[in-house]
Design a protein around this ligand. Structure first.
Ligand code: BLA
Length: 513
């Protein structure tokens, strides 16, 4: 059983954007642009509008919708789709009108129209929407910290939608994630639990950055096929990346069932154009959420995404101020220093404080001065030789050195965290900061090591875990992470110190002369 075989069937490879199936809570129609002839249709039309799919194929859309509605769709096609969705549509069946939210998008030279049934014609307008979200937006903006903002968001989304559980799920740099805010009526909290990166594979993350909201009203649904199965213009499976009804990966449905979740909705959170996390909603019974309500939730997610930058900037504000005043000390002292090593040694306690380190080594030429708790001189020399090819923009940063540099095992207790700065390669000037190991307990929502299943054809697949009960892991060899503001302070220090190094080089050159 090689890793390669598992790789071939792993979660990242599933083509989830072309399942050729939809969820059954709506109808999907593929229309020729601009004639609006029906090219492909989902096979559930009999159940929802009393028409056989075969009898609709090849017909103009006017066979289903009246002239006024057709005109509306034609106008939409000429406009920006996102702003017109949803369309208020109705189809006559046995002298009764069936009302739908029509959600339309373009895919190359075809139009995809999805119809989600609703009880009655929707009369809510912009002002109703505005009234509903206005207070929420103000509260989000006023929240003093990131965590408080997340708490407001989960409470508001739960109030608007009525889900059993609403969470903010934040990704960490490894792609795993933790629940950092929760509002629920369920007994067992998920707050603080961590989930591995493979719970949301790469291609799913990609789709969630295109589509900010995803609704699965009933995870135990029977998928609905498209007729014909392929897009007749391309003879390829229809790309459902932007479809709201796209059928969900079987593995994820199993995952939800194992978790005891019947309905799920998630809203993407983006920060600096990166996928930052999700607002994840669960319900223990089937739950449909109207398109307008979904738009409101999506809008809250977008406002929260914008606010993430502001909240992150105001995090650690006092600490950032402290770092700035330390920098002033460096500017004053270094402007007088003639030699790099002397200048730095005089500032040794400030050097430690600048990044909250417990040890620092100042290297110049073949001399190294150790301050606080650091590895031995010989260990520092060996480490420095290893670091040099691993520097990126003069920096190397890790919170678990043994992962990259196994020789660190012997000194991990005092130096699991390393922040290394190259000041001058030519003059061999380096600063190395260390942080001790902090043994941590990680609370996983179930064992994160996925079981591998052998399928009937002999192939292997990773399967979702069966139990989501608390699974504790003791993590060794890790220090507290370096904060972005600390890394920034070190980068700024470099530009100050480079001046001293140049002065020193000039002085030495003139002495030699
Ligand atoms: C999708 N996985 C998802 C989604 C979430 C999670 C939120 C988005 C769809 C949705 O809203 O339900 C994961 N949900 C979580 C996590 C929490 C939560 C971490 O509530 C924590 C509280 N999943 C697996 C394995 C595979 C896998 C082993 O466990 C693959 C082999 C796949 N997850 C998977 C796939 C999707 C997914 C393929 C995309 C589903 C789709 O959109 O079709």
């Amino acid at each position: 059983m090689t890793n390669e075989t598992i790789d071939l069937t792993n979660c990242d490879r599933e083509l989830i954007h072309i399942p050729s199936l939809i969820q059954p809570h709506g109808i999907l129609l593929v229309l020729q642009d601009p004639t609006l002839e029906i090219l492909q249709v989902s096979s559930n039309t009999q159940e929802l509008i009393g028409r056989q799919p075969e009898e609709l194929l090849g017909k103009p859309l006017s066979d289903l919708l009246d002239a006024k509605q057709i005109k509306l769709i034609q106008q939409c096609i000429a406009e920006d789709f996102e702003s017109v969705n949803p369309l208020n549509l109705s189809i006559k069946h046995q002298n009764k009108s069936i009302y739908f939210d029509g959600i339309v998008h373009r895919l190359d030279n075809i139009i995809i129209l999805e119809l989600e049934p609703k009880k009655a014609k929707d009369k809510t307008g912009f002002f109703d929407f505005y009234k509903q979200v206005k207070g929420t937006i103000t509260r989000i903006q006023k929240a003093p910290t990131l965590v408080e903002m997340c708490q407001i968001v989960v409470t508001e989304i739960r109030r608007i939608t009525g889900f059993d559980r609403v969470m903010v799920y934040r990704f960490d740099p490894e792609g795993a994630g933790s629940v950092i805010a929760e509002d629920t009526n369920q007994e067992t909290p998920f707050l603080g639990l961590r989930y591995p990166a493979s719970d949301i594979p790469k291609q799913a993350r990609q789709l969630y950055t295109l589509n900010w909201l995803r609704l699965i009203p009933d995870a135990s649904y029977q998928p609905v096929a498209l007729i014909p199965a392929n897009n007749p213009l391309t003879n390829q499976p229809l790309d459902l990346s932007l479809s709201v009804l796209r059928s969900v990966s079987q593995i994820h449905l199993e995952y939800l069932q194992n978790m005891g979740v019947t309905a799920s909705m998630s809203i993407s959170l983006m920060h600096d154009q990166k996928f930052w996390g999700l607002i994840a909603c669960h319900h223990s019974s089937p739950k449909y959420v109207l398109y307008n309500t979904r738009t409101m939730c999506e809008f809250i997610g977008q406002v929260m995404s914008v606010e993430l930058a502001n909240k992150e900037a105001s995090e650690d504000i006092d600490y950032k101020r402290q770092l700035k005043s330390l920098q002033t000390v460096f500017v004053e002292s270094l402007s007088q220093a003639e030699y790099f090593l002397d200048g730095m040694v005089q500032l040794k306690s400030q050097l430690l404080n600048l990044v909250s380190a417990t040890g620092v080594v100042i290297c110049s030429g073949d001399q190294c001065i150790q301050v606080g708790k650091t590895p031995s001189e010989a260990e520092v020399h060996a480490l420095l030789n290893w670091i040099k090819p691993h520097l990126h923009h003069n920096l190397f940063e890790t919170r678990s050195l043994t992962k990259n540099y196994p020789a660190a095992e012997s000194f991990k207790a005092i130096a699991s965290g390393l922040l290394a700065l190259e000041i001058s390669k030519v003059h061999h000037n380096y600063l190395l900061w260390f942080r001790p190991e902090v043994i941590q307990t990680v609370n996983w929502g179930g064992n994160p090591n996925k079981p591998v299943e052998v399928l009937s054809d002999g192939s292997l697949r990773m399967s979702p875990r069966k139990s989501f009960d608390l699974w504790q892991e003791t993590v060794q060899g890790s220090a507290l992470p370096w904060k972005p503001c600390e890394v920034e302070a070190v980068i700024e220090l470099r530009s100050l110190v480079v001046g001293v190094v140049l002065r020193q080089a000039d002085k030495l050159a003139s002495m030699n002369f």
